[in-house]
Design a protein around this ligand. Structure first.
Ligand code: XUL
Ligand code: CO
Length: 437
C-alpha cells in the first residue's frame, strides 16, 4: 500500500528554537519531568472518530476534507485500508495510544451478525498494526447514538429492544477492546437524556442506565477484562439534558446506583464549558472524589456555544489540567486523549499533523509548568497558610469531631467575635501563576 503521508517523516523533537512546523518544540517523549518520562505522564491518544472519520461536515454544509486514501464507499476493504492509514499517521506522530468507537472503524451490516463480522475483519487489521507499531488502545467504546434505533436513547430508550441491541453492541465492543489489550472502556451517554420531560419517565430511565452499566461490569468480570471503565460527562448535545451532565452529577449517579467502585470519569474540556464549568473544576471534583480517570483534551470557542472540539493550544488551560492531574497523582490507565477535530477550513491531510503537534506541545508545556509550580511549592504554601486555622487549636478540634453547636457557642460567647480574616490574595496568586508560564 503506498504511503498516505509520503511528505511526512517521523515527527521529532527539535526544541523551542526550531522553526520547523512539523517538529515538536516542547514534547520530548523520553525526557523526564520529575522522574517520569513525558510519554508516561501524558499518555497521548489520537481519536479515530475525528481524525480518521471527520469530514468537515457541519449543519450548514457537507464534508469537504480531502482524504485521498478514501474510496468513497462504506466497504470493509475501505475500512481496513483506512486502519492502515491511521497507523501510518500515528506511527509518524509518535502518540502511544488511540481510541475508537466500534462504528468508527467498521461499517454496520444488514443485521447484528453481519455488523459483528465487519468489526472482526477490521479488528484483525488493528491488531496487526498495534503489534507492528507498539501503539496501544487507550480505550474502546460503542457508538450508541448515530443509528436511528437510538433516536430515543440506548440504555435509556423507552424501547426495550433498543436497550437489548445496545447491550449486545457493548458486549461485542468489550470483547474487541479486550482482544486489543485496551486499557479502558468509555461510556458517553450520547442520547441518554431527554428533549421533553412530558414524555419522559426519568426515574425509570436512570434505573435502566444503571442496570446497563452493572451488566457491563458483570460481563467484564466474566470475560476477564481488567481495563478501567469510564463515564464521560456532557450536559447537552445531542439531547437537551443528558443524565451524565457533569462530574458532580456523574458521581452522584454512580454512588446512588452502587457503581462508584467500578467507573471513573473521563473528563472533556468542551463538555465542562458547556456545563458552565471549567475543566479544572471538573478535574477537581473528580480528583477529590477519587474518580479522576482520563481526559478528553480539546477546547471550545468562547464565541460559539456548541461542542466545537478544537485542538487545545492555550498554555494556561493545559497548565490547569496538568497541575490538577499531578496533584491527584497522574494517570494510571488514562491519558490525554485528543477528542478534537481540525476545523472545516483545515481540509488537507497535513493539517491533522499540525493539529496534533500543537496539542501535544501545549500539553508538554502545561506539564513542565505544572511540575515547576509543584516543585517550587509556593502555591501549595499559600494554600496551606490559607487553611492554617484548621491545623491546630479550635480548627483541629472541630475537624476531629470534638465540637457541636453548643460548645462552639460557648467558645464564641467567651471570645465575642471570630479572629479577623486574612486576604485571599487573588491577584497576587494569579500573578504568581504567570511567573511560571
Ligand atoms: C462526544 C464525545 C464522544 C465521546 C466518546 O461529545 O466526546 O466522542 O468521547 O463517545
Ligand atoms: Co469525548
Amino acid at each position: 500500500m503506498p504511503a498516505a503521508f509520503p511528505e511526512v517523516e517521523r515527527i521529532r523533537y527539535e526544541g523551542p528554537q526550531s522553526k520547523n512546523p512539523l517538529a515538536f518544540h516542547h514534547y520530548n517523549a523520553d525526557e523526564k519531568v520529575g522522574g517520569k518520562t513525558m510519554r508516561d505522564h501524558l499518555q497521548f491518544s489520537v481519536v479515530y472518530w475525528h481524525t480518521f472519520r471527520g469530514t468537515g461536515a457541519d449543519p450548514f454544509g457537507p464534508g469537504c476534507a480531502v482524504r485521498p486514501w478514501e474510496d468513497g464507499t462504506d466497504s470493509v476493504e475501505n475500512a481496513q485500508k483506512r486502519a492502515r492509514v491511521a497507523f501510518e499517521f500515528m506511527e509518524k506522530l509518535g502518540n502511544p495510544f488511540y481510541a475508537f468507537h466500534d462504528r468508527d472503524v467498521a461499517p454496520e451490516g444488514a443485521n447484528l451478525a453481519e455488523t459483528n463480522r465487519n468489526l472482526d475483519a477490521v479488528v484483525k487489521v488493528l491488531k496487526e498494526e498495534q503489534k507492528r507499531t507498539g501503539i496501544g488502545l487507550l480505550w474502546g467504546t460503542a457508538n450508541l447514538f448515530s443509528n436511528r434505533r437510538y433516536m430515543h436513547g440506548a440504555a435509556t430508550s423507552p424501547n426495550a429492544e433498543a436497550f437489548a441491541f445496545a447491550a449486545a453492541q457493548v458486549k461485542k465492543a468489550l470483547e474487541v477492546t479486550k482482544e486489543l489489550g485496551g486499557q479502558g472502556y468509555t461510556f458517553w451517554g450520547g442520547r441518554e437524556g431527554y428533549q421533553n420531560l412530558w414524555n419522559t419517565n426519568m426515574k425509570r430511565e436512570l434505573e435502566h442506565l444503571a442496570r446497563f452499566l452493572h451488566m457491563a461490569v458483570d460481563y467484564a468480570k466474566e470475560i476477564g477484562f481488567t481495563g478501567q471503565f469510564y463515564i464521560e460527562p456532557k450536559p447537552k448535545e445531542p439531547t437537551k439534558h443528558q443524565y451524565d451532565a457533569d462530574a458532580a452529577a456523574c458521581c452522584n449517579f454512580l454512588r446512588e446506583y452502587d457503581l462508584i467502585d467500578h467507573l471513573k470519569l473521563n473528563l472533556e474540556t468542551n463538555h465542562a464549558t458547556l456545563a458552565g464549568h471549567t475543566i479544572q473544576h471538573e478535574m477537581e471534583v473528580a480528583g477529590s472524589a477519587g474518580v479522576l480517570g482520563s481526559i478528553d483534551a480539546n477546547t471550545g470557542d468562547m464565541l460559539l456555544g456548541w461542542d466545537t472540539d478544537q485542538f487545545p493550544t492555550d498554555i494556561y488551560l493545559t497548565t490547569q489540567c496538568m497541575y490538577t492531574l499531578l496533584k491527584y497523582g497522574g494517570f494510571t490507565k488514562g491519558g490525554v486523549n485528543f477528542d478534537a477535530k481540525v476545523r472545516r477550513e483545515s481540509f488537507e491531510p497535513i493539517d491533522l499533523f499540525h493539529a496534533h503537534i500543537g496539542g501535544m506541545d501545549a500539553f508538554a508545556r502545561g506539564l513542565k509548568i505544572a511540575h515547576a509550580m509543584l516543585a517550587d511549592g509556593k502555591l501549595e504554601e499559600l494554600l496551606r497558610d490559607r487553611y492554617s486555622s484548621w491545623d491546630n487549636g479550635l480548627g483541629k478540634e472541630i475537624e476531629s469531631g470534638k465540637h457541636g453547636f453548643a460548645s462552639l457557642e460557648k467558645v464564641m460567647l467567651e471570645k465575642g467575635d471570630a479572629a479577623p480574616n486574612k486576604s485571599g490574595r487573588q491577584e497576587m496568586i494569579e500573578n504568581l501563576i504567570n511567573t511560571y508560564l
